[in-house]
Design a protein around this ligand. Structure first.
Ligand code: ATP
Ligand code: MG
Ligand code: MG
Ligand code: MG
Length: 469
């Protein structure tokens, strides 16, 4: 009862019973939007429907969409493992009206699900509305009976959604759960709203205008609804815990990494286990959807996530590659809802093992260099950009991995210095090539190299050319 798998089912059943067509999750690599790194919201597969380019599958639809928010516009990577509510991969439960029902019905359907079917007490729920959206304010009073102080007007972009500078847009309304006074954090709109006490569980977007160049130019003749609720966040609430990492799915994944490393997810090691469990999910789903680690684009985001996790495995004392040994637990937890996981299990296992074996050849040496370079540094200091660049260029440390490695000690990394070192190396390489009198098509090679990022050194024993993937 109330397992994550049950909650997904209850959500979809609720909307099916209210005449929504249930759509399967689309793959993480968007088919309809080359500008987007990964699908990061439930509405992404319906973008062309909302803009009128495609016909809707039905007037109403609902889905549980896998989303990745690492890299690109929404990037939660640096939060993951350290806040109670952010994951790199999560499932967004969504219901959509394509010019069918609007604000009133959307609020009714949402309120009915969370208070009647899920049985959440109304006195721990609050809603935000866009500051000018009196209609939504009134509906929250009428439908939910929320007292005025728990309908919070927000004037920022957090409560105004737009597809881009041109296209449909409109106010949104977010539902928050109060995890209780024992958890630090303030209500939405307050200075400490980013704490973990009041957590946003559901965002209802009311698409009612059209904009051009960021200016509203018209009202949509048939407004639409797009909503998104984080499955892992609602599971947190319904399972009576305060962080996504204590829900059933994550407890099982973390138990597996505890077993394999003979450590406990407590104290200083808690974040490492959380990062490993989260990154296992996102990397496995990305590989299942055809992304492979590389030095550019989507593949480099995947590599960054993998290597971050691998450093945490090393921190936990893992002497051998760890991540691939966690795949069976993931498949047993999520394989039924996502058959692409068992289908790609062998590939996921092989890719994870190969990457970790490879990265372990330079990881330890790089960490030693980092230790030496930060000797005597403390809270508020920063690591010179040139050192971060050396770690990147010679030891295969993505920039954000170095940042993550220094986070616990409060040491920052000099980004400007890192970028300058990168630019300098590229310029020097170009100059050396030109000076060598070699053929002009060398230019082409540099163009490719710049697009793909620096090649990586994988240990002194590696043969020439082995550094590239
Ligand atoms: P937050 O303010 O907490 O970062 P958001 O406003 O960025 O969330 P939306 O873009 O409104 O999130 O996405 C809709 C829903 O998806 C959120 O209400 C939340 O339940 C869920 N969600 C968003 N980001 C994450 C994440 N990184 N991990 C897990 N769930 C998420
Ligand atoms: Mg966010
Ligand atoms: Mg938000
Ligand atoms: Mg939101």
């Amino acid at each position: 009862m109330n397992s994550t798998n049950d909650i997904r089912r209850t959500f979809l059943d609720h909307f099916a019973a209210n005449d929504h067509v249930i759509r399967p999750s689309a793959p993480l690599v968007p088919y309809n939007d080359p500008s987007l790194m990964f699908v990061n919201a439930g509405m992404v597969p319906f973008k062309n429907v909302f803009t009128g380019l495609e016909t809707p599958p039905a007037p109403r639809a609902a889905s549980s969409q896998k989303c990745v928010r690492a890299g690109g516009k929404h990037n939660d990577l640096d939060n993951v493992g350290y806040t109670a509510r952010h994951l790199t991969l999560f499932e967004m439960l969504g219901n959509f009206s394509f010019g069918d029902y609007f604000k009133e019905r959307a609020i009714e359907l949402a309120w009915d699900l969370i208070t009647r079917e899920f049985g959440l007490p109304a006195d721990r729920l609050s809603a935000t509305v866009y500051h000018t959206d009196d209609e939504a304010f009134e509906l929250w009073r009428k439908i939910a009976g929320l007292p005025e102080e728990r309908i919070i007007r927000i004037a920022t972009k957090d409560n105004f959604w737009a597809m881009g500078s041109d296209g449909p847009c409109g106010p949104c309304s977010e539902i928050f759960w109060d995890h209780g006074p024992d958890v630090p954090g303030g209500p939405p709109g307050s200075p400490d709203e980013d704490g973990d006490r009041f957590v946003e569980i559901w965002n209802l977007v009311f698409m009612q205008h059209m904009q051009e160049n960021d200016q509203i130019v018209a009202d949509l003749p048939r407004p639409s609804i797009d909503t998104g609720m984080g499955l892992e966040r609602i599971a947190t609430v319904l399972q009576g815990v305060h962080t996504v990492f204590k829900t059933d799915t994550f407890r099982k994944l973390i138990a597996a990494s505890e077993d394999l490393t003979s450590t406990r997810a407590e104290g200083a090691q808690q974040a490492s286990h959380q990062v490993i469990a989260d990154h296992l999910r996102s990397t496995s789903f990305l590989i299942a959807d055809g992304v492979l680690p590389s030095n550019e684009g989507r593949g480099y985001v995947l590599r960054r996530i993998m290597r971050r996790a691998m450093r945490h495995a090393h921190l936990l004392g893992a002497k051998e590659p760890l991540m691939h040994r966690l795949v069976p637990s993931l498949v047993s937890e999520m394989g039924q809802a996502y058959p692409e996981l068992p289908r790609a299990q062998a590939l996921i296992t092989e890719v994870l093992e190969r990457e970790e074996t490879r990265f372990r050849q330079t990881l330890e040496k790089g960490l030693r260099l980092l230790d030496d370079a930060t000797e005597g540094l403390g809270e508020g200091d920063s690591l010179p950009g040139a050192t971060a660049f050396r770690l990147y260029d010679t030891f295969g440390f993505p920039y954000d991995l170095t940042e993550d490695a220094l986070r616990a000690r409060g040491i920052a990394v000099d980004r400007g210095g890192f970028d300058a070192a990168m630019a300098e190396q590229k310029a020097a390489a170009r100059a050396a090539w030109k000076g060598s009198g070699a053929a002009a098509d060398g230019e082409l090679w540099f163009d490719i190299a710049e697009r793909e990022g620096a090649s990586e050194f994988t240990g002194y024993g590696a043969t020439a050319g082995d550094g590239r993937v």
